[in-house]
Design a protein around this ligand. Structure first.
Ligand SMILES: Cc1ncc(COP(=O)(O)O)c(C=O)c1O
Length: 374
C-alpha cells in the first residue's frame, strides 16, 4: 500500500509547535489533566489508582456507554473506540474499499477520508464539491446523485466541514440519508466537530438516521482534548464494526487506559465542556468579524454557524500559498492555504477555538500593515 503524503500533517509537522501565533487550529482550547479531573468529585484519587494494563479492544464498557448516551438510539455495543479519529477513518476505509469500488467524498475534506481510496488499485474516487456562492459555502444534492455509479460503495461526508465550516441542517441530513438508502450506499459521517452548533439547531448524529451509516466522533475537537487520542465509530451496522475491529488488531490493538479514564470524566461533563468551547469561539468571532470589516478589499469573509473553522478568500493577486508562507515567516502567524487541501484557488483556513486567537489576530494585522497589504 502506497499512501500519498498527508499534506496538512506535513505542514503542521513543520509549524504547529514552532509558530507562536496559531490562527488556523481546528481543535478547541485544551486544559490540564488537573483542570479536567477537578470537574468530577473523587476523580483525582481514582485516576491515580487507574490500572495500567491492556484495555478492551472495543473500548472501556463504561466509556462506550457514555458515548452511546450522546446519541438518540445507540447502545454501548454500537460503539467502537479508537486511538483518535484518524485511526477510525483509516480502519474503516481499509476495510470497506476494495479493487473495483467507487467512493464519493465531500470536497475539500480531511485528506484521510479519501486517500485510502487513492491507494487501492482500481478504486475510483469522485469529489462532491462544496462551492462558494459568493457569500457562503453550498452543496448541490442533484450533483451528488449525478456522481453515483452502480459500483459506488461509500459516501464520505464531514459536517461541520473542515475546512469550509459547511454544516448540514437536520433537513439536509434526512435528505442525505434518503439518497444513501435509495442507492444502497454506506455513509461515513465524520462528525468530529459536532456539538459546536451556534445557530440554535442541534444536529442529529447521522448514524441515528441511517443504519448503514457509521458516525465518527472524537474527544479532540469540540471537547478540546486532542492529547487523549480517543475517538469512536458509532453504528447499528455491526458487520461493519466487526470488520473494522479486526483491522484495529493490526493498529493500536486497544486504547490507552489513562485516556479512557479521562474521556469518561469529560463525557460526564459533556454539555459544560461543549459550552466552554462555544463561548471561546463566539468571543473570537466578534473580533474576527471586526477584523474582516476593516479589510473588505483584501478578504472575502465566509461566515460560519457551526464548528471552529472557516475558509476565507484572499482577494489580491498574490497566490494564497505565498501569502500564508510570508505570514508565518515574517510574524510567526500560522494559516492554512488551500493547496494543503489539494485546491488551486485563493482560500485559507482560520480556526477560532483557541484562547490565543485575539493575540494571533493582532499579529496578523501587524503583518498586513508592515508588509503593506493595507
Ligand atoms: C474532519 C476531521 N476528521 C478527523 C480528524 C482527525 O482527528 P484526530 O486528530 O483526533 O484523530 C481531523 C483532525 O483534524 C479532522 O479535521
Amino acid at each position: 500500500m502506497k499512501l500519498n503524503d498527508f499534506k496538512l500533517e506535513c505542514y503542521f509537522g513543520q509549524y504547529e509547535f514552532t509558530a507562536p501565533y496559531l490562527l488556523t487550529q481546528s481543535d478547541c482550547e485544551s486544559m490540564t489533566t488537573n483542570e479536567l479531573l477537578s470537574l468530577e468529585p473523587g476523580a483525582k484519587e481514582d485516576y491515580l489508582n487507574q490500572w495500567l494494563g491492556y484495555t478492551e479492544t472495543w473500548g472501556d464498557p463504561e466509556l462506550r456507554e457514555l458515548i452511546a448516551g450522546l446519541y438518540k438510539g445507540m447502545a454501548a455495543e454500537d460503539i467502537l473506540v479508537f486511538h483518535g479519529a484518524q485511526e477510525a477513518i483509516f480502519g474503516y476505509m481499509n476495510v470497506m474499499l476494495q479493487e473495483g469500488d467507487h467512493m464519493i467524498a465531500m470536497y475539500p475534506n480531511y485528506q484521510s477520508a479519501y486517500e485510502v481510496a487513492n491507494s487501492v488499485p482500481n478504486c475510483e474516487f469522485s469529489k462532491w464539491y462544496i462551492k462558494d456562492d459568493g457569500e457562503k459555502w453550498t452543496l448541490d444534492f442533484d450533483e451528488l446523485e449525478r456522481l453515483i455509479k452502480p459500483n459506488t460503495k461509500v459516501l464520505a461526508v464531514n459536517s461541520p466541514n473542515n475546512p469550509t465550516g459547511y454544516t448540514f441542517t437536520n433537513a439536509e441530513i434526512k435528505k442525505l440519508c434518503e439518497i444513501c438508502k435509495r442507492y444502497d450506499l454506506y455513509l461515513f459521517a465524520d462528525e468530529v466537530y459536532k456539538g459546536l452548533e451556534m445557530d440554535g439547531e442541534k444536529r442529529e448524529w447521522m448514524a441515528d438516521e441511517y443504519d448503514k451509516c457509521v458516525s465518527l466522533g472524537v474527544m479532540s475537537k469540540a471537547y478540546g482534548l486532542a492529547g487523549l487520542r480517543v475517538g469512536w465509530l458509532a453504528s447499528k451496522d455491526h458487520e461493519v464494526l466487526e470488520n473494522v475491529v479486526k483491522f484495529k488488531h493490526y493498529m493500536s490493538i486497544c486504547d490507552s487506559a489513562p485516556s479512557e479514564f479521562l474521556s469518561k470524566v469529560a463525557l460526564k461533563h459533556s454539555d459544560e465542556l461543549l459550552q466552554r468551547s462555544i463561548d471561546i469561539i463566539q468571543d473570537n468571532l466578534k473580533l474576527v468579524d471586526e477584523f474582516f470589516e476593516r479589510y473588505p478589499n483584501l478578504f472575502e469573509k465566509k461566515a460560519i454557524t457551526c464548528g471552529p473553522v472557516a475558509y476565507h478568500k484572499l482577494l489580491i493577486d498574490m497566490p494564497v500559498k505565498e501569502f500564508c508562507q510570508l505570514a508565518v515567516d515574517k510574524k510567526g502567524v500560522l494559516l492554512l492555504p488551500s493547496d494543503i487541501y489539494g485546491m488551486d484557488d485563493q482560500y485559507f483556513r482560520m480556526g477560532y477555538g483557541r484562547k490565543g486567537v485575539p493575540e494571533s489576530l493582532a499579529k496578523f494585522e501587524e503583518f498586513l500593515i508592515e508588509e503593506k497589504f493595507v
